[in-house]
Ligand binder design. Structure first.
Ligand SMILES: CC(C)(COP(=O)(O)OP(=O)(O)OC[C@H]1O[C@@H](n2cnc3c(N)ncnc32)[C@H](O)[C@@H]1OP(=O)(O)O)[C@@H](O)C(=O)NCCC(=O)NCCS
Length: 203
């Protein structure tokens, strides 16, 4: 294992990275020890792991092959093994509401009609064995460079309100709350709300 200060190499993903990126996403979003799941859920996830991984692999492969103009998957590798991705994120263009969190309450009826396309970061994940070494922070900085090269000065992402490691990371990286979604499920089913975060990227 490298020292915590090791810098990672950030590059565009290619078709050879699909397997590693699928592993990272499946481990991070379905099997990570940080997730609060009961033993039944854990048993089910272990059982369904190959299926979940396969589904993720198909999704990523199709995004890679679509060759959409503003889409990119960035991966982080350690200098000792440049071919093995240990973290990844994706950026695409997505419609987001232009009203801010405060304006949402004042103009909620107009929220969904005022939407514009902006760069949107998603699927940021670091393999559990490589966390707290700065990989996510480095990937976010690289994503901002890409977004600037696309000619945008703002980016968006979603985070669940109970994902404290990610919220801490985004907070420290300068992302701010724009609006929140899922209030009905929150009040009725106790499910965590989805927070839409925004960052103005300086030139
Ligand atoms: C969230 C996640 C991407 C962070 O990746 P990481 O490489 O460990 O993050 P970094 O090392 O770059 O951390 C940068 C800062 O973020 C914050 N942070 C990261 N992980 C944290 C944790 N577990 N608890 C509290 N703060 C945390 C810290 O402020 C940290 O700075 P520090 O280490 O100097 O204190 C990683 O935990 C992960 O893959 N989680 C599962 C997938 C996920 O939830 N993705 C986000 C979807 S919105």
């Amino acid at each position: 294992m490298p020292s915590p200060s090791s810098a990672f190499i950030i590059r565009h993903a290619n078709s050879k990275d699909v397997g590693h990126v699928s592993d990272i996403l499946t481990e991070s979003f379905y099997r990570s020890a940080n997730r609060q799941v009961n033993s039944l859920q854990r048993y089910f996830t272990d059982w369904a792991y190959p299926l979940l991984r396969y589904g993720i692999m198909l999704d990523i492969s199709s995004r890679f092959s679509e060759k959409t103009p503003c889409y990119v998957c960035l991966v982080a590798t350690h200098p000792a093994n440049k071919f093995h991705a240990i973290a990844s994120l994706e950026i695409c263009m997505r419609y987001v509401p232009t009203k801010t969190y405060r304006e949402f309450w004042l103009w909620s009826d107009r929220l969904w009609s005022d939407r514009q396309q902006y760069p949107y970061i998603f699927n940021l994940a670091v393999h559990p064995q490589w966390r707290r070494r700065g990989a996510a922070k480095q990937l976010l900085l690289a994503a901002e460079q890409t977004i600037k090269q696309w000619g945008f000065s703002r980016s968006y992402m979603h985070v669940l309100e109970n994902n404290y490691p990610a919220r801490n990371l985004y907070d420290r990286s300068g992302y701010q709350l724009h609006s929140q979604e899922g209030n009905v499920n929150y009040w009725l089913l106790g499910q965590p709300r989805k927070l839409l975060l925004q960052k103005k990227i300086s030139s």
